[in-house]
Ligand binder design. Sequence first.
Ligand code: NAP
Length: 435
Amino acid sequence: MRHFAIVGSGPAGFYTAEALVKAYGDAARIDIIDKLPVPYGLIRFGVAPDHQSIKAVSKRYEKVADEAQVRFVGNVAVGDAVSVADLRDLYDAVIFATGAPHDRTLGIEGEHLPGVIGSAAFVGWYNGHPDFADIDPPLDGAAAAIIGNGNVALDCARILSKTREEFAGSDIVAHALDALEASNIRTITIVGRRGPHQIAMTPKELGELGHLSAAEPYVDVPDFPDASADEALDPGQRKSVTHLRDFAARAHDPKPKSVRFDFFARPVRIEGDGRAERLVVERTALNEEGQGVGTGEHYAIPASLVISCIGYQTPRIEGVPYDDKGGRFANKDGRIDDQLYCVGWARRGPSGTIGTNRPDGYDVAEQVSAAMPPGTDGGKAGGTGLDQRLSAAAVRSTDFDDWRRIEQAEEAAARPDAPREKIVRHADWLKLLGH
Ligand code: NAP
């Protein structure tokens, strides 16, 4: 028998469990450990609440959790309730699937002013992550700036733009829905340090901005290169740029809110009297390497809410070597060290779609099964040993049945037009379970 611990229950964790079940059949036991009492990581807390079709992938993960060889062990923080050294002792291999839930920093003056938040915090707030449920983003001003030209920037702009009715069918949490409905923000500026050809936004997500009932997208025509240059783009990027060209060319409906794309603008500092009031940027031009370099021209974008959507990093865990530059665990093709592996964003950094994590899981399962073939025994205590250590440390873990009870309670509490009303506080989850 072989025993494996997967740390993190988001997509990368579940794909790895699925791959290990396929590789080992009944010759392995797999614990998926999460610091939160509930599973699914990025699917529950990252994917936008109005993208329910993407969230539906959790049904596939549910099947993995139902496999007899697999356990979900929630409410256990690795590095705190249990150490990496403990896990190495208890399991044949430990696979980190901890994602990249921390914001990268801008490194500019004023980024710690009230009103400046990272996308992990803002997304966590509207998705009901317990760490961010109480951040109370300031929505009292008239203008917000969103830094970054990726899909997360689009998510944040769209969430700030939608009406209550447009959230029908979503699982946005009630505290965010109420606050957004009362929001005074009318102008949302998406700030990119390069141009329309360099965006990291995908066509479907960009296209959604063109169909909002109360917000209209604006792009400045002079920001585009000649239309003939679009032919050199790959088909997906060309589609995205075509959306931007459509936004620039369309007859704009008068709507209460506007989403303005401000390209070639490098954030320089955030200013304000005790709170964010404006984002100062420097106009850029592309150099031969395609990087945006400052032109010396500065201007200010009014913003009492500044959300930086410039990418994420993996939190460090004691006992796991770290790659500072990449913001992820130091690894070679998913292998960190003897017995230690990583998958997903903790391995590659924060890029790609949910499905990109699947090959990572299968690749690591292959490496693990080559190193310790099915049918061999490593003499490890596995989950039984973990349970003993947790109970000695008075840590109450949750299992998949506990999650099902939480899920049922969330579904029962849903607004008429929503799939669930998420429970967002640690204490409330544990109270429901009688812990
Ligand atoms: P991303 O795609 O890497 O985009 C980050 C953006 O931030 C880029 O435009 C980058 O510009 C900019 N940036 C980085 N550092 C900056 C700085 N110091 N100042 C100004 N701008 C800066 O990251 P993301 O939006 O966080 O998305 C992460 C991953 O999740 C992506 O693979 C994304 O596609 C995926 N995702 C998908 C969906 C969906 O499919 N619906 C939704 C959300 C996220 P440069 O290009 O100039 O570096």
